[in-house]
Design a protein around this ligand. Structure first.
Ligand SMILES: [Zn+2]
Length: 400
């Protein structure tokens, strides 16, 4: 790769960028805050645009001139998507050593799919799902899993903000004259964009891609179910029934311990959970958004990750997810959550708790399995159909 030199933009370059950004804001107004928060720098010799983890936006001035405002505007929307969709953080969460070139293809395909459908101009020959033999409207992690190992890219990637390793030319986060956003500012910026996405989606202004809408809902809405409490209560109940599920540790006896009194300190048991998400045809996008919100709640309550199975009449393979945005929502067929529950119980190690999130239009197992079952229903009228031995909860999803 050519040597890349980082410097501030000249006034003329700044003007050209401003024109391109107007094009970008016009085609994706809900990303305006991201487009204006990113800190632009000239990256002479880069041959493209890129972003880093601190939301610095690298612009090759020659490429900016060559592309013109329309294409440059489309590429700015592309880069903003890398930042908003947190491709850097999601790359960190991928299993095993990350194939960065493969991740770059996967994320570029997922972004460009949305942008081309929305009619944005992009440079010739950009990566699309079709060009890679992948289905449309897929999620990044699914594309990554489906792609074969990639030969090293000859083209530069989209930078560490897209999940690439930190590039040698990226200035240090606190380098003078090239300030980036710190983690707190990134969190706030992402939240403001999510609010804007929600506002545009509900006002029906323009077309907000469905994936971005789901992301915004999961980002903005706290789960309805108090998962920590529900799971703790469930484990206590289970422990009362089957001894040995909770570990007691005896605190180091204090010198002044009263004779005859033993005080075991109860260590909170670690709960492993599997989540089955109903993705059958009857489930609305709002119900899926509500489901993802609860998945985030379960993840936080168990402290890190859950195994997720999507299920219509058939169950998907289980995927370990650390954020609801990682969930691959395949499905659309008939409904039988029993299949998903069976798949969850067959996991090794077996989950302590299986959470099923469904509209409730499903048959239920006749008898309890090995794990405790929590049924979360988006349509409260189906609560009576949940078997008595399971814990049934209703959540609200608009239009359901
Ligand atoms: Zn990209």
């Amino acid at each position: 790769m050519n040597a890349v030199t980082i410097r501030p933009l000249t006034d003329a370059e700044r003007d050209r960028l401003a024109t391109a950004r107007l094009v970008a804001v016009e085609s994706a107004p809900y990303l305006a805050h991201a487009l204006f928060s990113a800190r632009p720098l000239a990256a002479v010799g880069l041959g493209t645009f890129a972003v880093d983890r601190h939301w610095r936006l690298y612009i090759d001035p020659d490429t900016l001139t060559e592309w013109g405002p329309q294409v440059a505007g489309g590429v700015l929307v592309h880069e903003a998507n890398h930042l908003i969709r947190d491709h850097a953080g999601r790359a960190d969460a991928l299993p095993g050593p990350v194939d960065h070139d493969r991740w770059n293809y996967a994320t570029d395909a997922a972004i460009n799919d949305d942008l081309l459908r929305a009619g944005l101009a992009l440079p010739d020959g950009v990566v699309t799902p079709a060009a890679l033999g992948l289905p449309d409207s897929g999620v990044e992690e699914a594309y990554y899993a489906a792609l074969p190992d990639q030969p090293p890219q000859t083209e530069p990637g989209c930078g560490s903000g897209a999940g690439d390793p930190t590039q040698p030319w990226e200035p240090a986060p606190d380098a003078p004259g090239t300030p980036g956003l710190d983690d707190g500012q990134v969190t706030i910026a992402r939240r403001r964009v999510a609010e804007s996405v929600r506002e545009h989606a509900s006002a029906g202004r323009g077309t907000v891609p469905a994936g971005l809408r789901r992301w915004a809902e999961a980002e903005l809405t706290a789960p309805e179910v108090p998962w920590r409490k529900v799971l703790a209560g469930l484990v206590r109940r289970t422990a009362a029934l089957a001894a040995g599920r909770i570990t007691y540790t005896y605190a180091r006896p204090g010198r002044r311990r009263l004779p005859g009194i033993v005080t075991p300190a109860m260590r909170a048991p670690k709960v492993t959970a599997a989540v089955v998400i109903d993705t059958s045809g009857s489930v609305t996008p709002d119900e899926l958004a509500a489901a993802l919100r609860e998945v985030n709640g379960v993840i936080k309550a168990v402290g890190g990750s859950v195994r997720v199975i999507t299920c219509d009449a058939q169950a998907s393979a289980a995927h370990v997810v650390r954020a609801a945005t990682d969930v691959r929502l395949d499905g659309g067929g008939g409904t039988d959550m029993r299949v998903g529950i069976t798949a969850a119980e067959a996991l090794r190690p077996a989950p302590d708790v299986t959470v099923v999130i469904t509209d409730g239009e499903t048959p239920w197992p006749a008898a309890p399995g090995r794990s405790s079952l929590i049924a979360v229903l988006t349509r409260a009228r189906h609560l009576p159909h949940v078997p008595a031995w399971a814990r049934a909860l209703a959540i609200t999803a608009p239009n359901s």
